[in-house]
Design a binder for this molecule. Structure first.
Ligand code: NAD
Length: 426
């Protein structure tokens, strides 16, 4: 993995689908690379009186279908190729669910663990000052990502509004509720994962109430996916999470079914469950990979990338017929080939976890109108979009007898290619 380059991988994925779709060379050339990218410095007066210069990025991969959309990461190992890849994947994610947005991503090379709040605020304000002419509610709408959250978004919004001299809350999403944030955003990704699974099971004539599932991760995505799965009547029997103290992950298993409320009461804000408390409550605490080895119908990897790989693949029970990718990139290409061969039904990440960006789109719409919807309204609109997107991909996969991931890419890329063509770009 030393030389793993996510942007090369995104380009390879694109090249394969472009070939299948028979895209012309101009369109291929255009969509293989970002339309625009900005590299800039952010000088910050540190608390100790010195000045430190941080490196910032914003990449707009494609905005033919609407303003670019995507998060801003703060990470010490951020690279321009990671940002390019993530921006590319955002273009496909927005297109596959049919929301009128393009793909973007940004970042700053920094480690927030070693920065005071004031220093982080200066980075946020500096990021905006450097890019202010090239972002905005009609151009490019940022959001939180790794190690950034609502407070960072509000500092950025405040700087943007000061420069523009107007209230423009639709400029950025992921804001706290009451400060322009949308109700339902917390649930959106996990619930979206389950809306797609519900439809997949229906399509296969499987009663969700008769199914069992195992989840990797116990964070935002996984907890809300489990919540809705259990509301639908499914039985979740295992979850796994990272243990900061032991620096390894564990699986928590109860064959009679986990109790979500109980496990939540034993977890910290990072989604780590207390082992001792879980043991006392009757959970078997097993090794990291035990979640994937459960004799269940459904696996939901919702923690990290590259978790379903050549090594862990061998542990998967023959009973597993559905895999729903809550995380981004949880399945390696090798494991993906095996799922394809074995006829496992996979709902690919950029379709399954698109509930988050769809709700961010709702946040932007509500902010632009300055009128906010109830949580029920948000979730029912989300269900409508996710269900429609799922069926679009599912129908194509049945019609052409192709794998769901391939069908999802074909729909997304052809929508973007078509938009570029209609605009006269290619
Ligand atoms: P989170 O930080 O809230 O939770 C992550 C969970 O994974 C935690 O429970 C953590 O303990 C667990 N974990 C970490 N390392 C692990 C390991 N090695 N083995 C098992 N568990 C481990 O994160 P999240 O927001 O739930 O995001 C999870 C995934 O979903 C990421 O891939 C993220 O990019 C993707 N995603 C999130 C959203 C969103 O809206 N939150 C949207 C789209 C995609």
């Amino acid at each position: 993995m030393e030389n793993f380059n996510p942007f090369k991988m995104a380009q390879q994925q694109f090249d394969g689908v472009a070939e299948t779709l028979g895209l012309d060379s101009g369109t291929r050339e255009l969509l293989r690379v970002p339309q625009r990218e900005y590299h800039f410095t952010i000088p910050v007066k540190m608390d100790n009186g010195t000045t430190k210069v941080f490196q910032g990025f914003r990449v707009q991969h494609n905005d033919a279908r609407g303003p670019a959309k995507g998060g801003i990461r703060f990470h010490p190992h951020e690279t321009i190729d990671t940002v390019r890849a993530l921006a590319t994947w955002m273009t496909w994610k927005c297109a596959v669910v049919g929301i009128p947005l393009g793909g973007g991503k940004g970042g700053v090379i920094c480690d927030p663990h070693n920065l005071s709040d004031r220093e982080q605020e200066q980075i946020c304000r500096g990021w905006i000052r450097q890019i202010v002419r090239n972002v905005g509610p009609l151009q490019d709408v940022p959001a939180p990502d790794v190690m950034t959250h609502g407070q960072h978004m509000l500092w950025m919004l405040d700087e943007y509004e000061h420069i523009m001299g107007a209230h423009l809350p639709g400029f950025i999403t992921g804001k706290p509720v009451g400060m322009g944030g949308s109700l339902g955003r917390t649930e959106a990704t996990g619930y979206g994962v389950m809306y797609t699974l519900r439809e997949a099971l229906k399509g296969h004539g499987v009663d969700i109430k008769a199914t069992t599932a195992s989840f990797q991760g116990f964070g935002n995505v996984s907890q809300y996916a489990i919540e809705l799965y259990m509301q639908y009547g499914g039985k979740a029997v295992a979850v796994s999470c990272w243990d900061q103290k032991d620096q390894k992950s564990y699986s928590f298993i109860r064959n009679s079914g986990i109790d979500l409320k109980e496990l939540r009461s034993m977890a910290d804000k990072f989604g780590s469950i207390d082992k001792e408390k879980a043991k006392k409550a009757g959970y078997e605490v097993a090794d990291a990979a035990a979640w994937i080895a459960q004799d269940v119908d459904i696996l939901v990897p919702a923690a990290l990338e590259n978790q379903v790989n050549a090594e862990t693949m061998g542990k998967i029970s023959k009973k597993v017929k559905f895999v729903v990718e809550g995380a981004n990139g949880p399945t390696t290409p090798e494991a993906d080939q095996l799922f394809k061969k074995n006829g496992v039904f996979v709902i690919p990440d950029f379709l399954a976890n698109a509930g988050g960006v769809t709700c961010s789109y709702f946040e932007q719409v509500q902010c632009n109108m300055n009128y906010f919807w109830s949580k029920d309204e948000v979730l029912s609109k989300l269900d409508h979009i996710m269900t429609g997107a799922f069926h679009g991909v599912y129908e194509l996969s049945k019609e052409r007898k192709i794998y769901m991931r391939d069908a999802a890419y074909m729909i997304a890329i052809s929508r973007v290619a078509e938009a570029c063509k209609m605009r006269g770009w290619v």
